[in-house]
Design a protein around this ligand. Structure first.
Ligand SMILES: [Fe+2]
Ligand SMILES: [Fe+2]
Length: 170
């Protein structure tokens, strides 16, 4: 019988027989996807100046990466690349929506990043973008005063690290 689960990182609900290994929306690892009755989700936070500045920068990073991956999906030379970059674009857009909720914005500004027209060049750029995001999120997690902000940044480090596998194995 299916149950209702909820991801503690992005807050989105999931219906399934069991908890997925990764949140299908934001990619958070299994430990964050909980039975709806046990999930603790809070986006209504009081942020100090550092946490707020890091959240604002994270929003920009995610918007930029989502636009880049959408471009790479459109430009892909094959179906596999189209789907891979589409999946990555969806995850990064979900990350942008986490920061939208934390920053209490009405909408997410559209990204205008461009990309190359070959999958190999776009995978190289993916690697550079993910590496940069991992470094920034690690630093932001260390600096975080708010425990919830720290939790989100640490989860994002794990998720973006997972994405490196696609550029490393190609
Ligand atoms: Fe999630
Ligand atoms: Fe992301």
């Amino acid at each position: 019988m299916v149950k209702l689960f909820r991801c503690e990182i992005c807050g989105d609900p999931y219906i399934g027989e069991s908890a997925p290994d990764n949140c299908p929306f934001c990619g958070a690892h299994k430990e964050y996807v909980k039975d709806i009755k046990e999930a603790e989700v809070n986006f209504n936070l009081e942020l100090n100046d550092t946490d707020k500045a890091n959240a604002e920068y994270a929003l920009k990073v995610e918007i930029s990466n989502a636009a880049f991956y959408a471009c790479a999906s459109n430009n892909s030379e094959d179906e596999h690349g189209r789907l891979l970059f589409k999946a990555l674009a969806k995850v990064e857009a979900e990350h942008a929506s986490i920061w939208k909720k934390i920053l209490k914005l009405d909408s997410i500004p559209a990204g205008d990043d461009t990309c190359s027209d070959t999958n190999s060049k776009n995978l190289e750029e993916s690697h550079a973008r993910e590496t940069k995001a991992i470094q920034f999120y690690g630093k932001a997690a260390n600096e975080a005063e708010n425990a919830r902000i720290k939790q989100i940044f640490l989860a994002l480090v794990e998720i973006e690290k997972d994405h490196l596998v696609f550029s490393e194995n190609s």
